[in-house]
Design a protein around this ligand. Sequence first.
Ligand code: HPA
Length: 280
Amino acid sequence: MGSDFENHVAAVEEAAAFLCGQVDFAPEVVLALGTGLGGVADRLELVRRLPFAAIPHFPVSTVASHAGNLLFGRLGGRRVAVLQGRLHYYEGYSTRQVTLPVRVLSRLGPKVMIIANAAGGLNPALTPGSLMLLADHLNFIPDNPLRGPDQPAWGPRFPDLSAPYDAGLREKAILCATELGLANVTTGVYVAIPGPSLETPAETRYLRRCGADAVGMSTVPEVIVARHAGMQVLGISVIANVNDPDNFAPILLDDIIAQAKRAAVDLERLVVAVLEEGEG
Ligand code: HPA
C-alpha cells in the first residue's frame, strides 16, 4: 500500500488505461454536465456508454439527480466524452475525489472542457432560466484538488489561473447565442461554496460584495484540474433561481431542477453550436 496520493495517481492511470482498452476513441472535448442538465447526452451519436460503477476507481454519486455515466460519442462533429453526473464536495468527497473523472479523461488528451452547472443568481440583473457564461470564479470550497505532492507529469506545481475560462471560447459562445436568438445569455463570476446548506440572506449579501454574480456547489474543482492539465475551459451556469437578500424566498431543490431542465434546451443548443464551430 502506498500513500494516499500514490494510490490516487495509480487509480487515475489505471482508470485511464481501462478506458483506452474499452474504446479506441480519443476525445477532443470533455463535456461535464450538472443537475438536470444531462439531456445534451441524448443528442450524442453514441459510441460507448459506461456507468461510473463499471469504471475502476470512479466514485459513484450519492445524489439522485446525477445519473453517473461516461459517454463517448460524436456531437457537433467533434469527438466528445460526456460526464453525465457529478460528484460534489458536500457529499463528503474530497475535491481530489470529485475531480477524479476529469483527471482520468485529461489523460486521454482532450483540448477543451465544457462544464455546466445549475446556480443561484446573486446579481439582480439575472433571471431564472437564463444562461451565464463564466468569466472568472471564486473558490470558497475549503479544499483544492491539487493539494498534496507534486505530480509533474500531470501539470505544473503552481498552475496559472489568470484566465481560468478561455476568452476565445466565451466569445464563440456569445456569437453562437446571438445566432441562435438566445437573448438571455450573460457573462459573470461564479462562486463555489461547500454546501449542502444554501445561503442565508447575510451570506448572499456577502457573496455579492465579493464580486460574485452566481453561486453554486460545484465546477471550480474540475476547472482547476482541467486548467492544470492544459485544457481550455468554457463554463456555463444555468441560473435556476435568483436570490434577493432583502426579500428572500425559500430555495427548493425541485424548483432548481425544474428551472435547470427548462433552460437545458437552450444550453443544449448552445453547446452543440459551439462544438460545431470547431477548434477552440
Ligand atoms: N445556491 C447554491 N447553489 C445553488 C443555488 C443557490 O441558490 N441554486 C442552484 N444551485
